[in-house]
Design a protein around this ligand. Structure first.
Ligand SMILES: [Zn+2]
Length: 265
């Protein structure tokens, strides 16, 4: 792993541009969806898609949409004044983010994160991430440390302005960034998959205080990395993952609302 090391994330603008272009692609329709009985409107407005993605994400963050809530295409189309094609594109994007689940012949539903799944994901993360630090620390460069410091600063800014969607993504991305610094694409994909499986549960149940704690724990982990102290870094990472797991799996659940209430304001 270490021989193949590159430092792709020393160039954040390129990454950002790539993410942007992936996001703006019109998603291919899922073959198993049968809710599509209407003629498809010849319309392409990726910005409308993004508006719906952002609105649904916000509704989930703010607990206005809860796990299992149905997202009716027609209702959403009416609400946002767009065609069902646009709604479908948004649903596809949200399903890629694992925030909703598309069920053949039934439609789109807010995903129901299972506590058991979250626990399993954290167990795998502990195995993977401790080994990741053991590989990374002996070979980390000063430029890599600067990338991680800048990342932690961005996290803190999002935490301060209580931007829940951004802070959730940035707090997860810190871990993906460590994988990127090792230059192993398989590891990067694995980490992306692992963190995205927890995104819904985190969006819903991580409090502002929890987010601040996570940011502070990242600072401590980075200090140990910078000091090339492998054992401390691994111990701090293990504690950090345990505390995040505990925050997310022990949060009480709130009662549900329907789609009309979720977007009423
Ligand atoms: Zn973290």
């Amino acid at each position: 792993m270490s021989a193949a090391r590159k430092t792709p994330s020393t160039n954040p603008p390129a990454r950002k541009a790539k993410a942007q272009s992936q996001r703006s692609q019109v998603p291919a329709p899922a073959p198993d969806r049968q809710i599509d009985q209407e003629p498809v409107a010849n319309e392409s407005a990726p910005s409308s898609t993004e508006v719906i993605v952002a609105a649904v994400t916000r509704a989930i963050v703010e607990h206005r949409l809860l796990p299992g809530a149905k997202l009716g295409e027609q209702k959403l189309g009416d609400r946002f004044g767009v065609s069902r094609t646009i709604v479908r594109q948004a649903m596809f994007r949200l399903s890629e983010l694992k925030l909703i689940k598309l069920e053949p012949a039934r439609g789109a539903f807010v995903a129901a994160p299972s506590i058991q799944e979250a626990r399993e994901v954290f167990a795998v993360r502990k195995m993977v991430e401790s080994q990741m630090l053991r590989s990374l620390i002996p070979q980390i460069k000063q430029a890599d440390i600067r990338v991680l410091k800048a990342h932690i600063k961005a996290e803190r800014d999002a935490v301060t302005r209580i931007d829940v969607a951004s802070r959730t993504k940035l707090l997860f991305d810190f871990h993906v960034r460590l994988a990127e610094l090792l230059g192993n694409q398989v590891l990067v994909s694995l980490m992306q998959e692992l963190v995205s499986r927890c995104s819904l549960i985190t969006l819903m149940y991580q409090s502002s205080d929890d987010a601040e704690t996570s940011n502070a724990e990242h600072v401590d982990i980075l200090k140990a990395i910078e000091a090339r102290d492998v054992e401390s870094a691994v111990a701090l990472m293990d504690q950090h993952l345990s505390s995040v797991e505990q925050q997310l799996t022990e949060r009480p659940r709130a009662p549900g609302l329907n789609l009309d209430d979720a977007f009423a304001n």
